[in-house]
Design a protein around this ligand. Structure first.
Ligand code: UDP
Length: 243
């Protein structure tokens, strides 16, 4: 397989670790992802993973329950650290070299985020796992994915979801839906397609980093995306408007 991207950021939500059966830390999909990342690394792709925490705590949900918003967000960031530790251990089990770095200060359990060291790891085919968000409240891990892509000069952000990509209408409600394979940034804003949070999306647009939304449960999806096959929806600035 010939790859058209060499350095990528994969954003995975915490729910992937929870799996889709509501059993905490059930392993099936995450095992597939690790095998897929292992394949990519063996083929010379440099992979960073940004892990979410939504399977444990999201700031918005907690604050809705009456917890102070900033505290809620710190709890959310700590959730991403828990998931990061879990992910790192799974990579160890598969004998894939990885490095867990946190932007939140939790130095007794993983390294503090350091760009130079992260780039060094990537150049040595070590999978980078970024947790702890950006270390500040009021953001989501989508923004972390975009920031890490900018900082590591990655060529694409790949966001795993439960759906196959971006549809013209909700496929759960309508039958006459179109799955877009390619969109430009303006289309996404104009038609208010749900891709990622707006702060994150604007960052990717301003720094011209393509985003791919794909179904994380589809076997072999990562290698197809990175080879340029039609998988999921790719958003960048060169695609013509949809209308
Ligand atoms: N969070 C934060 N700052 C960050 C990243 C995350 O405060 O830079 C908090 C926020 O409360 C968020 C939670 O951590 O809801 C978990 O992240 P996210 O919701 O992105 O997880 P996902 O939905 O991807 O599993």
């Amino acid at each position: 397989m010939k790859f058209i991207y060499r350095r990528v950021v994969l954003k995975i939500g915490g729910e992937v670790i929870q799996d889709f059966n509501n059993t905490n830390f059930s392993n099936c999909i995450i095992h597939d992802i690790i095998r897929e990342v292992q394949y990519l690394v063996r083929h010379g792709i440099q992979v960073s993973i940004v892990i979410g925490g939504g399977n444990l705590f999201r700031g918005a949900t907690l604050s809705g329950l009456g917890i102070n918003r900033v505290t809620s967000d710190y709890i959310g960031m700590l959730s991403t650290v828990i998931n990061g530790l879990f992910l790192k251990d799974l990579f160890n089990q598969f004998s894939v070299s990885s490095c867990l770095m946190s932007s939140l200060f939790v130095n007794s359990i993983c390294q503090q985020y350091n760009l130079e060291q992260a780039l060094d790891c990537l150049s040595k085919s070590v999978v980078m796992i970024f947790c702890g968000g950006i270390g500040n409240p009021c953001f989501t891990t989508d923004s972390v994915a975009c920031l890490k892509a900018i900082e590591t000069q990655s060529e694409i952000i790949i966001k795993g979801t439960k759906v196959d990509g971006i549809y013209s209408k909700d496929p759960n409600k309508y039958k006459d839906v179109i799955l877009y394979h390619q969109l430009n940034y303006n289309d996404v804003l104009r038609y208010e397609f749900q891709v990622m949070d707006l702060t994150a999306f604007i960052l990717a647009r301003d720094y011209k980093i393509p985003i791919c939304i794909f179904n994380i449960a589809r076997s072999g999806a990562l290698r197809r995306i990175l080879s340029g096959y039609n998988e999921g929806t790719i958003i960048n600035e060169t695609i013509k408007d949809i209308i």
